[in-house]
Write a protein that binds this ligand. Structure first.
Ligand code: ZN
Length: 478
């Protein structure tokens, strides 16, 4: 009898017993697998059996946008890449004698992608009482000062990467600090887990305390060294990272543009139109610009792989310009709510064809959890509808769309959809096992959910890191 049939039989026997025992059975088998794969990469393909969901398109675009297999299998090769996905019966009969890890009762989705986060701010998440500009001066800058000390940075980087994994996040676009050491510390920690991580040294040569300032020249030279050291080393990718227009001189933004010209396949990562006071300040600092985005555009910073965090207060012509240049926005709902910055107009971004990925923006964001972030995104869109001039035109954010924005949508925003974000054969097998029965309330509520959409909506409304049973990076259980 094949191993797969044996597992099916044992599950059937368990199902014939009490319901609780049946629910516990997959957990026990998965637990054994945990021990093994923590020690080594599987040496032959492994079939992960569960409900499996991944996206093939944007749910807002109409048409079929996802594949869902209630009893599905994700087959991962020994090379850590996706070999196949589909109904369990089909995949297992096409690939006999593979090891089966039984996660029935769970949901497997692609690893979550965080499109904007600050790792040094892990230690200041939940800081009280300020909006953006005061918040930077009061909390952020004094915190970031410490990251010139590599050992200190390593300690925080370790906690940060652990939190990502605990929350099912397998890729993030990360701001470090102005110190090159802070970037080394983060990439070294991510490399231990073979994580696809994008990060960069913050460029900042004015309007911050002296202890955090670089210069146009040193920021150029340090970024260049870091690009040569880290970009495409393993799964690491580099992002040229001016913090935001107010903390860079025109000379420094010119240098950022120069780096993008010299290294066309690196990323550009900054903030845009988060807060109204910030927008007015940018206009004062760059009086000849026609708007906030125009500042970045005029230094050649907008193009594919340019990711702008927030974009809460963009004009129509700015959305159109982002679409034209192929730039992306990171939508960071918990941060927008926490700092009181405003409510992102997701439908305007959609209407203009701007790529959007979901971001946590920790530490202005209040959770590392993609599920919590999706739950708050729903509320942001509801509030936006309530306060807009044309509420009838605004639709609620569906759970399918928010799961898309945290997986394939974010991969598209980061120009990585040929490698991550879905279970297309050949993709890197980063995935997460979610347990819809992780808490008593989740179990109670999930049992009453009748459609996939409702199950996902309940998961994002009530779920958090407890819902993440296991995170896999390149097929390796973490
Ligand atoms: Zn940010």
């Amino acid at each position: 009898m094949s191993k797969a049939r044996l597992l099916r039989l044992s599950a059937a026997i368990a199902a014939a017993m009490v319901a609780a025992a049946a629910a516990a059975a997959p957990s026990a088998q998965a637990g054994q697998q945990s021990q093994q794969s923590q020690q080594q990469q599987p040496s032959s393909p492994v079939a992960y059996r569960a409900a499996v969901l991944h996206f093939t398109g944007d749910p807002s675009a109409g048409g079929q946008s996802y594949e869902y297999y209630e009893d599905g299998v994700l087959l991962v090769g020994a090379d850590g890449k996706v070999k196949a996905v589909g109904p369990a019966g089909t995949v297992l009969s096409n690939h006999q004698n593979v090891q089966v890890v039984d996660y029935r009762g769970r949901l497997i989705v692609p690893g979550f992608i965080d499109s904007h986060v600050h790792y040094p701010q892990t230690e200041m998440i939940g800081s009280f009482g300020e909006q953006l500009l005061e918040w930077l001066n009061t909390y952020t800058f004094p915190t970031e000062k410490q990251f010139g000390n590599k050992d200190y940075a390593k300690g925080v980087a370790r906690t940060f990467v652990n939190e990502l994994v605990k929350n099912g996040t397998t890729t993030a676009l990360v701001m470090a600090t102005v110190h090159p050491e802070s970037v080394d510390a983060l990439f070294e920690e991510a490399a231990k887990r073979n994580m696809r991580l994008i990060a960069g040294k913050v460029m900042m040569d004015r309007n911050a305390p002296d202890y955090l300032l670089d210069t146009a020249q040193t920021s150029y030279a340090d970024s260049k060294t870091l690009i040569n050291r880290w970009h495409k080393r393993g799964r690491a990718l580099y992002a040229v990272t001016p913090r935001f227009a107010p903390t860079s001189t025109p000379e420094q933004l010119t240098m950022a543009g120069k780096l993008l010209q010299e290294y066309p396949d690196v990323y550009m990562h900054t903030h845009l139109s988060e807060n109204k006071g910030e927008i007015a300040w940018v206009q004062e600092l760059f009086p000849s610009s026609t708007g906030y985005l125009n500042v970045y555009d005029s230094f050649g910073l907008s193009r594919k792989r340019s990711v702008y965090a927030h974009g809460v207060h963009l004009r129509d012509d700015e959305f159109a310009s982002l679409a034209k240049t192929g730039s992306a926005i990171a939508f960071c709902p918990t941060s927008n709510l926490f700092l009181g910055s405003g409510l992102f107009d997701l439908q305007a971004a959609e209407k203009h064809g701007v790529k959007v990925g979901m971001g946590t923006d920790v530490g202005a964001g209040t959770s590392f959890s993609a599920l919590r972030t999706m739950g708050e995104a729903y509320k942001v869109i509801q509030l936006h509808k309530a306060f807009t001039d044309n509420p009838a035109e605004k639709k609620p954010l569906t759970a399918l769309k928010s799961f898309y924005l945290s997986t394939l949508g974010a991969a598209r925003a980061l120009d990585l959809d040929d490698r991550i974000g879905s279970f297309k054969a050949g993709n890197e097998a980063d995935f997460v096992v979610l347990n819809p029965n992780a808490t008593e309330l989740l179990k109670f509520r999930s049992a009453r959910a009748t459609s996939l959409e409702e199950k996902l909506f309940v998961l994002q409304t009530l779920g958090d890191d407890r819902t993440v049973e296991r995170t896999y990076i390149m097929g390796k259980g973490q």
